[in-house]
Design a protein around this ligand. Structure first.
Ligand SMILES: NC(=O)C1=CN([C@@H]2O[C@H](COP(=O)(O)OP(=O)(O)OC[C@H]3O[C@@H](n4cnc5c(N)ncnc54)[C@H](O)[C@@H]3O)[C@@H](O)[C@H]2O)C=CC1
Ligand SMILES: CC(=O)C(=O)O
Ligand SMILES: [Mg+2]
Length: 380
């Protein structure tokens, strides 16, 4: 299969769909890989490294979209990229469609086979292609929160860990999955007073054991969210209902009664955000203030540490990329229910229930859509 890797074009997005090591893996499996010139240059992956791994460097994204059978990316395709997709072409990347009607419409119109990293599953009930970026974003959320608590950044002027004689800052993490756990780990490590909320009791039990009493594990209710948010210096939003738009757990009313200079980091912003006052921001202008509360809502946080993130992402995406290239997308998905769960749009149909429901499309189960269209041309 001819696999194409365009340079990412989202604001301050320096990640790239494949590392040179990832290219080498595909080439070793007998595939051809084309990579856009300078795609990884900003994070220390030079053209020469890609070429040494067996890739051919191509000058423009347009040439890559025009010829590649599978496009491997990081972020959701921007409108100009959606317009270049074609029927039968495979798009393998993050999509986050539920809060994004425009992108969904363009992908449906393209006729392409669109596999979303964030809905691919594993046998343990996890999201293996979201997890590495959630680990990064969870760790970064505390770094970003601590930075914006500084006076010069608009914050209250609070040090997370306090000092001997001065109590540490209070950190509330809403959602105890991958992002929440990594956020808690960093906040506890910096000496903060940390509370985590989840609505899964089994998850709270695991966290209680894992952190051995250094973390308060509280069941997530409307009352608990209000109680802990009102006294928090830093709140991290880390909930997820897979594929669906995030529930608005922190209301405008609560935000307006929080401390002035408190910081809220809405990591769930890529699914629409879990604070009522959240709107997506960029690395260039990461924060804004509502009712005295500093909001950090960067939708591609791992892009800020793009070298670490690119390596972590390729580790996770590579086995599925190889399976797709070896078998063709349809067969690879029909052989593997977990990869099949990643199919969000295929040949003009929405194949992911939560996306169809929230955006008002007819839902066509993935297997049905694949079998109905198997006679149509597809790369192998
Ligand atoms: N902004 C960014 O750059 C990035 C954003 N993310 C996003 O972060 C979010 C979290 O991802 P993960 O931690 O990997 O998900 P996860 O599935 O590992 O964890 C989500 C947790 O939220 C909990 N939850 C659901 N409803 C809740 C409620 N009402 N109250 C409290 N907890 C609740 C679930 O029980 C689960 O434990 C996702 O939206 C993901 O897409 C991930 C990586 C980067
Ligand atoms: C998961 C996601 O949205 C990101 O890594 O940018
Ligand atoms: Mg206020």
């Amino acid at each position: 299969m001819l696999v194409g890797v365009p340079k990412e074009i989202k604001n301050h997005e320096y990640r790239v769909g494949l590392t040179p090591a990832g290219v080498r893996e595909l080439v070793a499996n007998g595939h051809d890989v084309i990579v856009e010139t300078q795609a990884g240059a900003a994070i220390g992956f030079a053209n020469e490294q890609y070429e040494a791994a067996g890739a051919t460097m191509i000058d423009t994204a347009a040439e890559i979209f025009a010829t590649a059978e599978m496009i491997i990316k990081v972020k959701e395709p921007q409108p100009v990229e959606c317009e270049m997709l074609r029927p039968g072409q495979i798009l393998y990347t993050y999509l986050h469609l539920a809060p994004d009607p425009k992108q969904t419409e363009l992908l449906v119109k393209s006729g392409a086979t669109c596999i979303a990293y964030e809905t691919v599953t594993d046998a343990r009930g996890g999201l293996p292609l979201l997890a590495p970026m959630s680990e990064v974003a969870g760790r970064m959320s505390i770094q970003a929160g601590a930075h914006h608590l500084e006076k010069a950044q608009g914050g209250l002027g609070t040090l997370l860990g306090g000092v001997p004689g001065v109590a540490p800052a209070k950190v509330l993490v809403i959602g105890g999955g991958v992002v929440g756990t990594q956020a808690a780990r960093m906040a506890v490590g910096m000496g903060a007073d940390v509370t985590i909320l989840d609505r899964s009791l089994p998850r709270l039990r695991e966290l209680d054991v894992e952190f051995g009493g250094r973390l308060k594990c509280v069941y997530s209710t409307v009352e608990a969210i209000e109680e802990y948010a009102l006294e928090a210096d830093l709140v991290v939003g880390a909930v997820l209902i897979p594929g669906a738009a995030a529930p608005k757990l922190l209301t405008r009313d609560i935000i307006s009664r929080m401390k002035d200079g408190a910081v809220v980091v809405d990591v769930a912003i890529d699914q629409g955000g879990c604070f009522e006052t959240s709107k997506a921001t960029t690395h260039q202008e990461p924060t804004y203030v509502v009712d005295g509360v500093v909001h950090y809502c960067v939708a591609n946080m791992p892009g800020g540490v793009a070298r670490t993130s690119t390596m972590a992402l390729t580790n996770a995406t590579m086995p599925f990329a190889v399976a797709i290239a070896n078998k063709g997308a349809a067969q690879a998905m029909l052989d593997d229910q977990h990869l099949l769960n990643g199919l969000n749009v295929h040949a003009g149909q929405v194949t992911y229930q939560a996306v169809a429901d929230v955006l008002g499309y007819d839902y066509v189960p993935a297997t049905e859509a694949l079998l109905a269209n198997q006679s149509k041309p597809e790369a192998a």
